[in-house]
Structures are given as structure tokens and as C-alpha cells.
Design a protein. Structure first.
Length: 424
């Protein structure tokens, strides 16, 4: 099967972005399929291509994946209008690929929502099966955050969302809330597959204490309790909540607790200014490659799951960092309700605190810093959860099966199965 795979923010493990698409493409190739990845140029990503761009694009093969990379540089710090234009340009150029490449199935993953446009074209013009993976619910999330308020824009995005779902042979959702969000638009629930983000159990395997503090020795004391947040520093991440908790710890004189923020985004300059002006026990690092991040996780004591207090986030996201934390055997401190919080509580692999409560956040950090044996058990529980529920190998097989099933049913003659080639 020849698969066109559209992911604007694709990266290999050499970059600092999530590698779900890279890993899924490799599993598809291992099953004998051909994968052409169509992507843009993300500032924190690395496609692995080294040839120069010609006429705005470059092509090559990396780890068996054919890659078409458009020279459309994207950065999390870009303003909304610039990001929007990049999304539309990527969608337009992707449509050209759909119309010119030989293809048996088209797969597209959001965000952005405009990534679905080439899939819609494939479905209705090329008459090829389209599978749509939904990582975040748009426009629900930007509407809830107040990022997009124009009713015309929201209406157009809502229409695109509906058409994307109903053009897809199957949909893949990354969280239970996303399943519900897709179903609310009248899409058949039995055609939605829940395939959450996964754990890279080998890369993020817990390590012995021999390497403790190797990368942190210049910034923290050898016996300090270190909690890390690794991810985007944007409005959605609500990282002021971490600094508020750090301010409480400073006022209490808890010098033995240190917080590390790793990543980049629009609010990083603001966060850095707060840390400096308030002399907070917080360090800000630039993004790290996945392999370097795994080494860092072996040196810290806990992972932080932090989001802005927006109810739409509670069940409608599937953050990569959570799965990296638990694969590393790190207990997780989480500050918002939802399915991730439920997992943490059910499996006793961390602590959940209410949003908007810096005192509770600081109390949780102190609890973890003062109870090493309890933290060790939480970490062991986290690793067990990673192995039993979120193994990359197991979830990748489910993913591959969804695409193969969509292709098979598309070409199956009517009447041979209850699920015939449906024209939505």
C-alpha cells in the first residue's frame, strides 16, 4: 500500500518535537507499505534531510521514509497571522502532492486542522480512502482559550472540522475526550479508534543512579529535589502556575527544591523575566533532542504536567511529555483534572493538585521532596503503567491495523461485509 502521510510538524528523533509520526511510519514500512511523509520545516524539528531546498521543497529518504519537506519554517513564537498563513500554504502545496503522486491511502494528522485539506481532496477528487488523526479538538480549544474570537473564522473552522470527519473512512483519536468530540459531530463512534500517544520504553528506560546530576551539577545541589517540565512554553501551557508555586517555596525557605523548564515558546521571555526579577529557584533550558531529554530524565526526580485551566483541555489532549515521564519511571505532578489526572490517581504514579492553587502545588512538591521512598514507589508504578498500557509497539500495531482496515474496506465489493464502501 502506498501511503501519503501529511504531518506539518514532522520530526525524527534528532529534533525536539514529538516523534509519533516517525515511529508510526517506520511500523507501516515494517509491514511492507511505502510511506511518503509530507511536512513543513519546524524550528524544533529535524526531518533528517540535508540536501538544499530547490524551488521551496526538498526530497529524500530517511530511515526508509520518503520525505517531501516544504520550505515553510514554523516556530511556536510566531504570531497568529503568520502561523495561519503557513498552515494555509502547507495545505495548498499538499493538495498538489495529492493530485500528482501515486497513492492508495491518504493519512493526515492534526494540528493544524488544515492538515485535513489534502485528505478531503483525496477522498472526493482522487477517490482514495482518507484516515484522519485528531490530536486536538479544533476549533473547540482555541475558542475556549479565547485565541480565536472572530465568529466568521470560527464558523469556517467548524465547517472544515465537520467536512474533515465526514470525509474520513476512519478517524483516530488520541484521548477519550477527542473520541467524544468527534462523535458529537455525528461521526459513527464505531469508526473512531482510540490510539493515544505511546511510551518509548527503551529510549526512556529508567537508569541507575550512577549518572545522577551529571547535567545539573552546575545549577543545583547534588541532594536537591528536581522537578522538570519539558514542552512548549505557550499560553496553553500555563507555566506561570509553576512560577507561582516556586515563589511559595522561596517564601517558605525550601532551597532544596528546584524546578527545570525545558523548551521554547511565546511566553519563554516572560517566564525568564519573572525568574530573574523574583529570584525564583527555576532554571530555563533550551529544547533538547529526544535522546538528550531521556538522559536528563534519568537525573531528575519528578515530571510536571501543567496546562492552563481551560476545561476543554481536561479530556481533549494527549501530551507527549506525560508518556515520556512515565516511561522514565518519573512520578508525575499534575495540576489539571481530566483523563491524565485520573490515570495518575488510579495507578498511584504521582500527585494531582487543583488548578490555580500555588499553595497546593508547592505542598505537593514538598511532599515529594520529603518522602523519597513514596516517590520511588510512584516512579515504579509509573513505569509499570507505561509497560502495561502504553507500549509503543502495542499501540503502533493498533494504528497500522486501522489504516490497513480502512484500505481493505474501501476496496471490498459492496455486499461482502456490513461495512461497505460508504459515501459520506
Amino acid at each position: 500500500m502506498r501511503i501519503l502521510y501529511f504531518h506539518q510538524h514532522f520530526s525524527t528523533p534528532r529534533g525536539s518535537l514529538g516523534t509519533r509520526s516517525y515511529e508510526m511510519a517506520r511500523r507501516l514500512i515494517a509491514r511492507g507499505h511505502t510511506v511518503t511523509m509530507v511536512c513543513g520545516s519546524a524550528n524544533l524539528g529535524d526531518t533528517g534531510l540535508e540536501v538544499l531546498f530547490e524551488r521551496g521543497s526538498r526530497r529524500g529518504t530517511v530511515d526508509g521514509i520518503r520525505i517531501i519537506e516544504f520550505q515553510l519554517p514554523y516556530a511556536g513564537r510566531d504570531r497568529f497571522l503568520k502561523r495561519t498563513m503557513l498552515f494555509l500554504k502547507f495545505a495548498a502545496r499538499s493538495v498538489g502532492v495529492v493530485l500528482s503522486e501515486k497513492v492508495d491511502l491518504v493519512f493526515a494528522t492534526s494540528t493544524p486542522l488544515t492538515a485535513a485539506i489534502p485528505g478531503i481532496v483525496a477522498r472526493w477528487i482522487r477517490r482514495r480512502p482518507f484516515v484522519f488523526e485528531v490530536r486536538d479538538l479544533w476549533p473547540e480549544l482555541p475558542r475556549a482559550m479565547g485565541v480565536i474570537r472572530n465568529p466568521i473564522v470560527l464558523g469556517l473552522m467548524g465547517a472544515l472540522e465537520w467536512v474533515a470527519y465526514h470525509s474520513a473512512k476512519r478517524c483516530i483519536a488520541l484521548s477519550p475526550g477527542i473520541v467524544e468530540g468527534i462523535a458529537r459531530h455525528g461521526y459513527p463512534r464505531e469508526k473512531i479508534a482510540l490510539v493515544p500517544n505511546a511510551c518509548d520504553l527503551d529510549m526512556f528506560a529508567p537508569r541507575s543512579g550512577a549518572c545522577r546530576r551529571e547535567r545539573l551539577r552546575r545549577q543545583v545541589a547534588p541532594d536537591a529535589f528536581v522537578a522538570v517540565f519539558a514542552g512548549a512554553h505557550g499560553v496553553a501551557n500555563g507555566l506561570d502556575a509553576v512560577l507561582d508555586a516556586a515563589a511559595v517555596l522561596k517564601a517558605r525557605g525550601r532551597a532544596g527544591i528546584h524546578i527545570l523548564l525545558v523548551g521554547d515558546g511565546q511566553l519563554k521571555p516572560h517566564l525568564a523575566a519573572r525568574v530573574e526579577s523574583e529570584c525564583l529557584p527555576v532554571s530555563l533550558w533550551d529544547p533538547l533532542e529526544k535522546s538528550d531529554l531521556a538522559l536528563l530524565f534519568a537525573e531528575v526526580d519528578a515530571g510536571l504536567m501543567v496546562l492552563a485551566d481551560v476545561p476543554a483541555f481536561y479530556f481533549g489532549t494527549s501530551p507527549n511529555k506525560f508518556f515520556d515521564y512515565i516511561a522514565s519511571g518519573l512520578p508525575v505532578l499534575n495540576n489539571y483534572p481530566g483523563w491524565i489526572a485520573n490515570l495518575i490517581s488510579e495507578h498511584e504514579c504521582g500527585v494531582v493538585v487543583p488548578p490555580g492553587d500555588p499553595e497546593a502545588f508547592a505542598n505537593a512538591l514538598e511532599l515529594m521532596a520529603d518522602n523519597s521512598e513514596q516517590v520511588r514507589q510512584m516512579g515504579a508504578n509509573a513505569r509499570r503503567l507505561a509497560e502495561e498500557r502504553f507500549s509503543r509497539e502495542g499501540l503502533a500495531q493498533e494504528f497500522v491495523s486501522v489504516l490497513e482496515s480502512a484500505h481493505e474496506h474501501w476496496h471490498r465489493p459492496p455486499g461482502t461485509n456490513t461495512e461497505t464502501r460508504v459515501r459520506h
